[in-house]
Design a protein around this ligand. Structure first.
Ligand code: ZN
Length: 291
């Protein structure tokens, strides 16, 4: 798949899943895994909020950390969206986005596969529109206040244009990388009046919702932390790890495409593990790793 050229560019297709490992090898999973998404009602435990090495100023539980005794906890919920699947029959890989709801609004983390229909058809991608996927949750695109792109590969930002009303939270380094390496993909979401909130490293987005910079898969990759009910955050890991095998316990031989910069990738995954997330959600695997 990687040997083919993108029909919209003269360059090799910049794909996340041209090189994804065989899912069958991940089925002998540790007991900590389950096979279903898990809604979260987050009641933040401030006493555990700063474990790990995240900057306290950017801690996903910073609102709880600053909150005095007796004040109500932040309540967030994570719901998985099925936005598509790769070719491969039984070996097909899912493409997930995630909706994070918070009091008064909702955020979407990654928007799935995009591009002209002929591109999707040519690559045999089973595409699901973001609107259809959201409808499954009783939502419409207008319910999404903001979009967080973990990175700007085509299966993570492909439907940004559906959310022209929303702000896009992207690492500045990632936008620069995409503009430099994948100008055609960049054109998909650099639409008129696109509103970018460019980030330089870790950042709080909403109370209980934060991003941390996790370079390695791409130079500007970021992961998302959501305040969890047990004091441990939900981690939306993007492509920092394609599957549980790359996350825990040790990744072994990395599949091609997992890390553009292996040293940076190892540092990022080590940092993510140190946060001791309560649940790790993957874009290309249906299992959830429980910490
Ligand atoms: Zn990717």
């Amino acid at each position: 798949m990687s040997s083919r050229s993108c029909p919209r560019t003269s360059t090799a297709w910049q794909t996340c899943y041209s090189s994804l490992p065989d899912t069958r090898t991940t089925r002998s999973a540790p007991r900590m895994w389950c096979g279903a998404p898990r809604p979260v009602e987050a009641n933040v435990d401030a006493s555990r909020a700063h474990r790990g090495n995240i900057n306290p100023e950017n801690c996903p539980k910073a609102p709880a950390c600053r909150r005095g005794k007796g004040q109500q906890a932040v309540s967030l919920e994570v719901k998985r969206l099925h936005l598509g699947a790769t070719p491969g029959g039984a070996d097909a890989w899912p493409v997930h986005g995630f909706v994070v709801t918070y009091p008064g609004g909702a955020a979407l983390v990654d928007t799935g596969v995009g591009g002209p229909p002929d591109v999707i058809r040519d690559w045999e991608v089973v595409n699901i529109t973001a609107a259809d996927a959201l409808a499954g949750l009783g939502l419409v695109p207008g319910d999404i206040d903001l979009v967080i792109n973990t990175h700007l590969h085509f299966d993570h930002c492909g439907q940004n244009a559906v959310f022209k009303h929303a702000a896009f939270y992207v690492q500045r380094a990632e936008l620069d990388r995409c503009r430099r390496e994948s100008p055609t993909i960049y054109d998909w979401f650099d639409f008129q009046n696109a509103s970018f909130e460019l980030l330089d490293g870790d950042a709080g987005i909403r109370p209980g919702l934060s991003v941390i910079a996790t370079p390695g898969h791409t130079s500007g990759h970021q992961s998302v932390l959501v305040a969890g009910e047990d004091g441990a955050p939900d981690l939306l890991i993007g492509d920092a790890a394609y599957t549980p095998r790359q996350y825990w316990p040790e990744p072994g031989q990395l599949p091609p495409g997992q890390a553009a910069d292996e040293d940076a990738w190892h540092a990022s995954v080590t940092r993510l593990r140190a946060l001791r997330p309560g649940r790790v959600h993957f874009c290309h695997h249906t299992d959830v790793v429980h910490g």
